[in-house]
Ligand binder design. Sequence first.
Ligand code: COA
Length: 503
Amino acid sequence: MSTESRIRCQKLSNRIMSARDAAALIPSGANVGMSGFTGAGYPKAVPQALAEHIRDHRARGENFRISVWTGASTAPELDGALAEVDGIEMRLPYQSDPVCRQKINEGRMEYIDIHLSHVAQHAWSGFFGKLDIAVIEVVGITEDGRLIPSSSIGNNKTWIDQADKVILEVNHGQSAGLEGMHDVYYGTALPPRRKPLPITKTDEHFGEKYLMCPPEKVIAVVETDAPDRNSRFSAPDENSRRIADHLLDFFASEVEKKRLPANLLPLQSGVGNIANAVMAGLNDGPFNNLTAYTEVLQDGMLDMLKSGKLSHASATAFSLSPEANQELADNIDFYRERIVLRTQEISNHPEIIRRLGIIAMNGMIEADIYGNVNSTHVMGSRIMNGIGGSGDFARNGFLSVFMTPSTAKGGAISAIVPMVSHVDHTEHDVQIIVTEQGLADLRGLPPRQRALNIIEKCAHPDFRPRLRDYFERACNSGRGMHTPHLLNEALSWHHRYEETGQM
Ligand code: COA
């Protein structure tokens, strides 16, 4: 599709208007489903115009707030702009914007943090109320009104299906070559009408290449020409390299023991620099013909596709640096053969994750000595980002790995604590914990052996003696012995940090 002919449907080209006029069609109090997932494929113009509109209302002393539902995190042009003007009443399901984070933690914005695979079915069931408007970025519109999805799909199918009205942003800045890279499955249903999902390999297509939208729903079409957030990744630091090395050694020993095939199992890799560093390690490592069934495709996976280490990747969104984005655009035919983008209820679907036997690798804030993991709340109360897809993959994967440096804030905080201050992943869903200190394989271990492994393999030496001391005193306390704790001390490390700035 050439740049000039992005809107090939006559009926919809009649609805082209400015972002300002389109934003004026969104009333205060509306529930608005926006496209966007990890800084890719989010609407770039309408949310900013809406923020201006809200600012004008505020200047006249009028309140104006909407609820924003997305796929996952977006960017300053959406979350940042709307949060800045206090325009968001409620946000779901995952965000990573600093202004949003601040407003949520100040209690000025409601936030519902749920598993990404659940969002669509909760919306179909009406748990969040009625979706009024969808604002969706697309790459183009075909003659018969089908929509070419952009650099993420996320919940777009659900938002278009559920909303009364749809505003489309056609972004000329997105590669037209994305057409054909998507797989939008229209067979999902609520129980008892569900059928098995027809997929047994990561590269299978079983849906449509396009999003369907009745033209009469479309109230505005806005043209944009702007890049995605495209944040740079930092070069892997020493800790990330060591985490990657521990993980690669572990995979090699699992292959040797014949617990994993030589090309491993499909990889899921979480967000952030450590996840990207693990991909860089795998790119230099001994494993070939790898596959990925993941949520987000970062630079590391693109490098692996380019080198041939990874033969195929399934995701719901890209999250690339500007350089990687250029690489994708320059070689889009090559990547279209090797990448499929799916809706997030499919990229994160428990049935598929369990069937394919995914190796789930995600970051965390802290783990406790028994292997419970906190991915979301600093010191038990302050949201960082959200659970994202980590629960979908950890609970249902063949292997569930959580990784973090062993300390945070210059060594003031231990990432291994007596008891986590918030639980996202219970000990039952956590099999492997990795820090730069080492890797604890918790499979097949009862609680006290899990504790010894985590303390000895993963804790930083500065904190290890105190963790041993806590654990030994808990074991000898004469109280219950299955998962020994000292209740009056279990959260004292966090309390001490709040009081003194040092755990
Ligand atoms: N206590 C307090 N703060 C901590 C901490 C701890 N135990 N561990 C990390 N932090 C802080 C860091 O200091 C840093 O703060 P800063 O932004 O002020 O510098 C921040 O948390 C991020 O930590 P970082 O080490 O850079 O890790 P990251 O970028 O790998 O992110 C998570 C780690 C947990 C926040 C991130 O992986 C996440 O949001 N996970 C949940 C969602 C998820 O797993 N999604 C993937 C599924 S597909």
